[in-house]
Design a protein around this ligand. Structure first.
Ligand code: CP3
Length: 347
């Protein structure tokens, strides 16, 4: 298979590499002047997501600048709610705003899962263009939000610190909550399948708010939907690995590693790498988990902690990444220092 020279695919297949493949969550983003320029040209963030030429351009920018081992499709997890019929806008400086789903009547107004392709077709075109334009050693990652995280935005209509509106619906109208999770799960399977058909070589499920799920419900609404999506994709595309990211899951990372069926597991900043190397890495490829703040602060701490993360995971399959997305305040030169540190020959 042509995939074997791609380091990211080798790590996800379980290989321990002398230098881990590396990419960063939100690697195409506001810390890069070239991103801000293209974003300006596009007008709005959503126009950028839905214009294949520009979405391709911003996906490639960090690859050109840094030579990461993987490119992640430029899009957003909230395109799926929009494709299901939610009104979506991004308010400058305030984040996303959506129409809300808080009752059976709201749910009934959503479109069926099969309808998502109408809205999302430009995203598939971006994936196709990227596969043509990326260097042969660079792996293309597609993605979607995990059902719980997507549901939190659909229910609250915005980001909230603790996902109280979603938990309210879970307790107050479990049938509607469950039906919403199911609808998103089905839509996600269709969306990721189409990304794979268009050329995505790995897919990642972002459950960025998994840590806000009460522990009693973690299995039901984080692990089970991820397992359903992974099983459906692996049945059709057994060669395409899935990376799970149950951010903030804490002890739930163990059960997720055992039961979600993913080949990769992205670790958030809170996870102790030495624990994860012992408890998780023998089961699957781990990804992470440098604190993104170090790319703002730089200095000795950046070099020291980059080395510590790389060292902790050097005995098994590992993809070097951050514990969450790089922030707009990060200094692009600090990313270079991080890369030099990871790729320097070991002492
Ligand atoms: O990682 C990448 O480089 C690929 C592109 C990507 C974006 N969003 C682009 C984006 C990916 C994978 C996402 C995922 C995403 N989107 C998540 C899960 C990952 C995470 O960070 O936890 C979530 C929760 C969202 C929803 C979302 N999108 C929010 C809450 C916001 C506003 C907050 C913010 O950072 O501004 C966005 C906007 C967004 N998505 C931006 C980018 C580059 C910034 C928008 C801009 O350029 O103005």
């Amino acid at each position: 298979m042509g995939g074997t020279e791609k380091k990211l695919l080798r790590a996800l297949a379980g290989e321990t590499l002398p230098v881990p493949p590396v990419w960063m969550m939100r690697q195409a983003g506001r810390y890069l002047p070239e991103y801000r320029a293209t974003r300006e040209k596009a007008g709005s963030f959503l126009d950028l997501c839905y214009t294949p030429e520009l979405a391709t351009e911003v996906t490639l920018q960090p690859i050109r600048r840094y030579g990461f081992d993987a490119a992640i499709l430029f899009a957003d997890i909230l395109l799926v709610p929009q494709a299901l019929g939610a009104d979506l806008s991004f308010v400058q400086g305030e984040g996303p705003r959506l129409s809300t789903v808080t009752s059976a009547a709201d749910l009934a107004r959503l479109k069926p899962a099969e309808a998502v392709h109408e809205t999302l077709a430009p995203v598939y075109e971006t994936v196709g263009r990227l596969r043509e334009e990326l260097p042969s050693e660079t792996t293309l990652i597609g993605f979607a939000g995990a059902p719980w995280t997507v549901a939190t935005y659909m229910i609250a209509g915005r980001g909230t610190p603790d996902q109280a509106p979603a938990r309210r619906l879970l307790y107050g109208d479990p049938a509607t909550f469950e039906a919403l999770i199911d609808r998103i799960t089905e839509a996600t399977i269709l969306y990721l399948s189409a990304q794979i058909e268009a050329g995505a070589e790995v897919v990642k499920l972002f459950d960025s708010w998994a840590g806000a799920l009460p522990g009693l419900w973690f299995r039901r609404y984080a692990i089970e939907p991820a397992a359903r999506i992974t099983a459906a994709l692996r049945a059709k595309y057994p060669e395409v690995p899935v990376i799970g990211f149950p951010r903030g899951a804490g002890a739930g990372y163990l059960a997720f590693a055992d039961a979600a069926g993913t080949q990769g597991l992205a670790l958030d900043t809170s996870v102790d790498p030495d624990w994860a190397a012992q408890a998780l890495q023998p089961r699957l490829c781990v990804q992470g988990n440098l604190d993104p703040l170090l790319l703002v602060t730089g200095g000795d701490a950046l070099v020291r902690e980059t080395r510590r993360v790389a060292e902790a995971f050097s005995g098994g399959p590992h993809i070097f990444n951050l514990g969450h997305g790089i922030t707009p305040e990060a200094d692009p030169r600090h990313v270079e220092i991080m890369l030099e540190t990871i790729r320097a020959p070991r002492q």
